[in-house]
Design a protein around this ligand. Structure first.
Ligand code: ADP
Length: 279
């Protein structure tokens, strides 16, 4: 399955991706993780990306796309993948479309994780990542406990670190950038019939359940988002019908298809009436 997880910083894309990796046996591809690894390695790419990341801005498309092309070309991505944090703007979404079209591997589903703004800020403040195994925890909502208290890599308790960009000023900017650049992807994928939206608040297990249901829901449901129908109806039936020049109500026009079929006979019937008025 080829999946994109969309959602604001702190909406739980990383946490839910890690759970899907186990269930579906496909890799999580997080551009944030790939970029942080490049920064930690001190590579040229990492050096170029660091300033944008520290300021909560998007890293240049060319750098991210190069990285994604390389990653999607690796053998483990052939059976599917979970894209987490990519695409993040319309240009990246178009490039991804093109890349997957060339690979003959189009996306199956895009899931939007919806979380209230205030909740996002709280979650980011409590977020900690294990420096050794990379697992994401939250000191407030999901601290390491029970079997998860021990790091799978070291066998010792997790070494929890806070991400340098999880500070207040940077978080505000990341949320702003999300609204401006990433939110438009919701309509982009909705118009392609790929979008499913889930409520990503509440217990992590509950969200995983909703996500799993969204992934397995029949495609037809994705094509009919709940709010789309009333909006479409409103457009077709305006509340007040436009008045004609003579003050009367203009008759409602027949739907385009019917008009096209009956165009000729109608014109023929109206012609004599017009001539009679002029006299
Ligand atoms: P979050 O979703 O919590 O903001 P990520 O780990 O996805 O965190 O991203 C961290 C930072 O990495 C972003 O603020 C941005 O600077 C950079 N980044 C990640 N993915 C992309 C992308 N697809 N395009 C541009 N920049 C990205």
């Amino acid at each position: 399955m080829r999946i994109v997880l969309l959602g604001a910083p702190g909406s739980g894309k990383g946490t839910q991706s890690q759970r899907l990796v186990k269930r579906l046996a496909i890799p999580q591809i997080s551009t944030g993780d790939l970029l942080r690894a490049a920064v930690a390695r001190g590579s040229e790419l990492g050096r170029q990306a660091k300033q944008a990341m520290d300021n909560g801005r998007l890293v240049e498309d060319a750098l991210v796309l190069g990285m994604i092309r390389e990653r999607l070309g690796e053998p483990d991505a052939r059976n599917g993948f979970i894209l987490d944090g990519f695409p993040r703007n319309l240009a990246q979404a178009h490039e991804l479309d093109e890349l997957l079209r060339r690979l003959g591997q189009p996306l199956d589903v895009v899931v939007q994780l919806e979380v209230d703004y205030g909740e996002l800020v709280k979650r980011i403040a409590g977020r900690r990542t294990c420096a050794d195994c990379g697992r994401v925890f939250n000191l407030l909502t999901s601290p390491p406990a029970g079997a998860d208290a021990v790091c799978a890599t070291t066998g010792a308790p997790h070494r929890l670190m806070q991400r340098p960009d999880d500070n207040e000023a940077t978080v505000t900017e990341r949320l702003r950038v999300y609204d401006e650049k990433t939110r438009p992807l919701i309509d982009f994928y909705r118009s392609r019939g790929l979008l499913r939206v889930i409520n990503a608040e509440g217990e992590v297990d509950q969200v995983t359940e909703r996500l799993t249901r969204a992934l397995t829901a029949p495609a037809a449901r994705a094509l009919r988002p709940k709010r789309a129908r009333p909006a479409a109806r409103k457009k077709r039936k305006p509340l007040s019908r436009p008045k004609s020049k003579r003050g009367g109500v203009r008759p409602r026009r027949a739907p385009a298809r019917k008009r096209a079929k009956s165009a000729k006979p109608k014109r023929a019937r109206r012609a004599p009436v017009k001539r009679a008025r002029r006299r």
